[in-house]
Design a protein around this ligand. Structure first.
Ligand code: 13P
Length: 243
């Protein structure tokens, strides 16, 4: 199975979403391929997405680590499951950096999602400083270990390797870096007794998609900026059908 998931972050208005789906409808997505197309959209548009009749997985970009109660502005895993979402991103580096989400909080969020059988996409990745100091393996290993503590490892999960220095910079990791880190992540996940698909994210675009998506250990892409435009999203997805 391959995954092409867009993360819109805090972008788009309702009108722009209608435009986006109009743009997508120009394309015929192959039905016979084992490819899942998905979009992580801002909370307020999640319910409306089903009306647009796009056969995509629809997911949230974040979830509260608490189950319910006096947490103004937060959204629980139960609510996400209640509206029938397909997945939820957890531990994105923007959340870890800008909103101070620790490994322990990420772990609590994953527990909440598991309680309601919601598929998590767990983001992990090292900063530029850590990369340059040769600490990539240590960071990935710690993030995996801490995130999965006390979880039911038989439940499904997707992991996304997103080196922080490649996000939104236009400078993706090299194929060699990606292969090395994704293989390492898979072996670390196996060590704790789990087996999850691993996506790559960080400046994926139509020009580099083919090279990235054809790395044999990479199970798909988590796309930020380029997923905002239907043509670019489709060009990235098409890289999977070409050799
Ligand atoms: P960009 O594709 O814009 O670099 O963002 C990647 C990302 O953060 C996806 O979650």
């Amino acid at each position: 199975m391959k995954y092409i998931i867009g993360n819109w972050k805090m972008n788009k208005t309702a009108g722009e979403i209608v435009e986006f789906t109009r743009g997508l409808k120009k394309y015929k997505f192959p039905k016979d391929k084992d490819i899942i197309f998905g979009l992580a959209v801002p909370y307020v548009y999640l319910l409306g997405m089903s009306k647009l009749q796009v056969r995509f997985w629809i997911g949230a970009q974040n979830v509260s680590e608490h189950s319910h109660g006096a947490y103004t502005g937060e959204i629980s895993a139960e609510m996400l499951a209640d509206v029938g979402l397909d997945f939820c991103i957890v531990g994105h580096s923007e959340r870890r950096t800008l909103y101070h989400e620790s490994d322990a909080i990420v772990n609590e969020k994953l527990k909440q999602l598991q309680e309601y059988d919601m598929l998590p996409i767990l983001c992990i990745g090292e900063t530029l400083e850590e990369f340059e100091a040769g600490k990539t393996h240590d960071v990935l290993s710690r993030q995996i270990r801490e995130a999965l503590k006390g979880l039911d490892l038989k439940k499904e999960m997707i992991v996304a390797y997103e080196p922080v220095w490649a996000i939104g910079t236009g400078k993706s990791a090299t194929a060699e870096n990606i292969k090395e880190s994704v293989s390492f992540i898979k072996s670390e996940i196996k060590k704790v007794g789990a087996d999850y698909p691993v996506l790559y994210g960080g400046s994926v675009n139509p020009a580099n998609a083919s090279e990235i998506l054809h790395i044999d250990c990479v199970d798909g892409a988590l796309i930020g900026g380029a997923s905002l435009d239907p043509d670019r999203y489709v060009q990235i997805a098409s890289a999977l059908y070409s050799n």
